[in-house]
Design a protein around this ligand. Structure first.
Ligand code: SF4
Length: 233
């Protein structure tokens, strides 16, 4: 590593590397052209009692790989993020393998296209990743909620899919339908065992946004409950 990371990361790169390799905080290249390796001994993960089908996020301070190792060493199941869309893309699965070595019990992916997550999961299998992976579904039903997601480094929304939702006479219904389709496709990727319902969802207030996410979660559960008996018969 040359230079210093403005987030003081030791085991970078973080998920905010811009598409041109630039740092998300300062106007310099990211100081981690390749992911740092976990140099400590392997820490056995503390298995989860159950892998959640649905997860939603609460933003907090960014932490590093070392916190996962510390948590696992004292018996706490550690969840770690990874960003398939951020450079260096082909090494992101390798980076997740480092986090697994450090004791991570479950991974949550930042949002990316279904095709990209499929490629990432194939890379992850080759890199030896065996922990459960939760993929993110982007939920937007209006211009502000779509713009907030699109503006984040390391997060890619299909502009045509966004346009179709926003141009629909009922963008809330269209946004829910698009998110449900994406959820179905993501759960079909080998190794993806759950979903993080992500994004602001709506600019019409927290309560309405929470209702949108709850409605999506209910649809995903309904589909899952409907599919399980059908798959067994
Ligand atoms: S992009 Fe690279 S240099 Fe910038 S904060 Fe993230 S890890 Fe640090």
């Amino acid at each position: 590593m040359t230079g210093s990371c403005p987030k003081h990361m030791v085991l970078g790169p973080c998920g905010g590397v811009r598409a041109d390799g630039g740092c998300e905080v300062v106007s310099d290249p990211c100081v981690f052209p390749v992911p740092a390796q976990w140099a400590g001994s392997s820490v056995p993960p503390v298995p989860l009692q159950a892998v959640p089908l649905i997860l939603t996020d609460f933003s907090s301070e960014p932490y590093s790989v070392r916190l996962a190792a510390l948590a696992a060493s004292i018996g706490i199941s550690a969840a770690v993020p990874e960003t398939p869309a951020a450079p260096p893309r082909r090494l992101r699965a390798f980076r997740l393998a480092q986090k697994q070595r450090a004791g991570a019990a479950v991974a949550v992916l930042n949002h990316d296209s279904v095709a990209s997550v499929t490629g990432f999961m194939a890379d992850a299998e080759r890199a030896g990743v065996t922990i459960p992976v939760i993929a993110s579904v982007a939920v937007f039903t209006d211009e502000p909620s779509a713009a907030a997601l699109s503006g984040l480094p390391g997060l890619e929304l299909d502009p045509e899919a966004v346009r179709r939702v926003l141009d629909d006479p009922d963008p809330v219904a269209a946004g829910l339908a698009a998110a449900a389709r994406e959820a179905r496709a993501l759960l079909g990727i080998p190794g993806v065992v759950g979903l993080n319902i992500s994004g602001a969802a709506s600019a019409r207030g927290y309560e309405f946004a929470a209702q949108v996410k709850a409605e999506l979660a209910a649809r995903i559960r309904e589909e899952r409950d409907h599919d399980v008996p059908a798959a067994r018969s």
